[in-house]
Ligand binder design. Structure first.
Ligand code: TEU
Length: 562
């Protein structure tokens, strides 16, 4: 059990993301709930994780599945009550597990009291909590496109002569961080939660809190005449003032663990973000997820190749090596397709390949985050029609693809590849109806492959993806190898060898070699020295002879070197 009062305790942790809506329903409502997570705590303890990040369970109209919060200090009745939340924090703690909540403070819901009051009195205290501008009915202050499509500007309800800014959906008005009174309210709320005993926060869309002011246009990147909001993020300067203040006022005094959702940061600013005394403990590595992303939209994003995957991982590892930064490593989350469907080339997604991908990512330097169902090898679910899609981002991207001249089928193909629904289908517990997720009608379709891919079957199968993840977690916790596996430097090995992803983790005493053969054909790799022990293998044999190893297709080998 980790001692959470020790500085940097979280570096030795393994984190797990729960998407509450799709984890476990206990009421038959079709939506997962807090009691469902409590019921499954023993399962998570058995898996061996130390930290749970909960996607939002706050009061919300659920336009963006809880990322639109109408009351930061209330639990949405769909998920339960504040008593349930307190119970979850306490019961997790008994099992040595810390709860991390989602801090969504770039924006709130338009149904939040602050925004309601801002609509009543745009010039009053709460009007100043948002970005509200006068409007002549024609000219907008700037040409920024919101992340979910359309202009960031929307008429203020009840005020035809005013508009407000939203960098995501129009029901997610942006909070004005330039206003110290707003910041005070946020810090009070954050400290209120931390005082309840949270281990920390995952911090949503945080890079958006700093805007380019005065507003200005950027060159249009689509025929709609607008520019991506990321162009604005790229040009905004001075976010450090807000982030440093929040860390000083909230996180540092509570020794809280924080993982920032940071999409855009200059390399030279990285130490300020996650160095010693940085704004956050860690931040997610999205280098692989944004690989091949196109300004035009999802339809123009090419699938990532194994060589690109390797290059992205190594590039990120290198960026933080110089100052000892600790990234949070993922193959997927609630915003991304399933990692096994994305990173393993089409048609080759087998149990062996799933284990290889999991191992390659998990053993990189940093904090591994497992997303619910990843430990079972859950896969994407393609749907036939846009009417079956819940995700607001996917619905927008479908339209973007049609506008660009694609056929409905082509647009659906793009959506199926990247839709956020892919990772949001309910957790597959067993072979009973709805995979044991709910006795009611699930809010989102259950992947029909639950008959084959489910926890119950994998628990009893020593060769399952699930048991493999348990072994991986145990390997990370082997204290005699901690200098290498947790703190060791990442040194890429034979980068030029195609479809081989290999790296050394070099500690003060130990060296571990991680190798994955990212192709169906075998390939031979010379070894950098003598092997002390095979620590992990997703195949039955390890063909080590004469200073080399011949890896089978999609074989993963983790070797403890002399
Ligand atoms: O995501 C922020 C974000 O910038 C994106 O990755 C977003 O997922 C993408 O534009 C969709 O294709 C965070 C949350 O993780 C996401 O679920 C929320 O929708 C978003 O913020 C708004 O709160």
């Amino acid at each position: 059990m980790l001692n959470k009062t020790q500085p940097n305790w979280w570096r030795r942790a393994v984190a797990y993301q729960v998407y509450p809506k799709s984890f476990q329903d206990t009421t038959g409502s079709g939506t997962g709930d807090l009691q469902g997570i409590i019921r499954r705590l023993d399962y998570l303890a058995e898996l061996g994780i130390d930290v749970i990040w909960l996607s939002p369970v706050f009061a919300s109209p659920q336009v963006d599945n809880g990322y639109d919060i109408s009351d930061y200090r209330a639990i949405d009745p769909r998920f339960g009550t504040m008593e349930d939340m307190d119970e979850l924090i306490a019961k997790a703690k008994e099992r040595g597990i810390g709860i991390v909540m989602d801090l969504v403070v770039n924006h709130c819901s338009d149904e939040h009291e602050w925004f309601q009051k801002a609509c009543q009195d745009p010039d009053g205290r709460y009007g100043r909590f948002f970005y509200i501008e006068d409007w002549d009915g024609e000219h907008l202050p700037c040409n920024w496109r919101s992340a979910f499509g359309g202009s960031v500007w929307e008429p203020l309800p009840g005020h035809p002569d005013k508009i407000y800014l939203h960098t995501f959906h129009k029901k997610q008005p942006d909070l004005n961080w330039e206003n110290p009174e707003l910041r005070e309210e946020i810090y009070k709320m954050v400290n209120w939660w931390l005082d309840k005993g949270l281990a920390g926060f995952r911090i949503d869309a945080i890079i958006n809190i700093k805007k380019v002011l005065p507003y200005r246009d950027y060159p249009a990147d689509r025929s709609d005449g607008m520019c991506s909001i990321s162009t604005m993020n790229y040009h905004a300067k001075g976010i450090g003032q807000f982030l440093g203040e929040m860390a000083d006022r909230c996180f540092t005094p509570h020794h809280a663990f924080t993982a920032g959702e940071v999409f855009y940061v200059n390399d030279e600013d990285l130490p300020e973000f996650i160095g010693d005394n940085g704004y956050f403990s860690s931040m997610f590595d999205f280098n692989e997820t944004v690989c091949n992303a196109s300004d035009k939209g999802w339809y123009d994003q090419k699938p990532i190749t194994p060589e690109q995957y390797k290059a992205c991982c190594f590039e990120s590892q290198k960026k933080v090596a110089g100052f000892d930064g600790f990234l949070s490593n993922i193959i997927e989350n609630h915003d991304e397709p399933r990692g096994v469907s994305r990173y393993i080339p089409k048609g080759e997604c087998t149990v062996r390949g799933k284990k290889m991908l999991g191992g390659l990512n998990f053993l990189l330097r940093g904090l591994p985050f497992i997303y619910q169902g990843q430990e079972l090898g859950m896969e994407n679910l393609a749907v036939n029609s846009i009417d079956e899609v819940d995700d607001i981002s996917a619905r927008d991207e479908y339209q973007v693809a049609l506008n660009a001249g694609l056929t409905e089928q082509q647009a659906m193909d793009a959506v199926n590849m990247f839709s956020r629904d892919n990772a949001r289908t309910p957790f597959q517990w067993d072979t009973t109806e709805n995979a044991g997720f709910t006795t009611g009608k699930p809010w989102l379709h259950v992947n029909p492959n639950y008959k084959e891919i489910n926890l119950e079957a994998q628990r009893n199968d020593p060769d399952s993806v699930y048991q493999f993840y348990r072994t991986l977690i145990q390997l990370r916790k082997k204290s005699e190898l901690e200098d290498a596996i947790i703190y060791g430097e990442t040194v890429p090995y034979r980068v030029e060898q195609k479809n081989l992803m290999a790296y050394l983790r070099k500690g003060e005493k130990n060296t571990v070699l991680v190798m994955g053969n990212f192709q169906p054909e075998a390939q031979t790799v010379p070894l950098p020295g003598a092997v002390k022990q095979v620590l992990l293998n997703n195949c039955d044999t390890a063909a080590i002879a004469d200073g080399a190893v011949t890896l089978e297709g999609y074989q993963l080998l983790v070797l403890w070197m002399e």
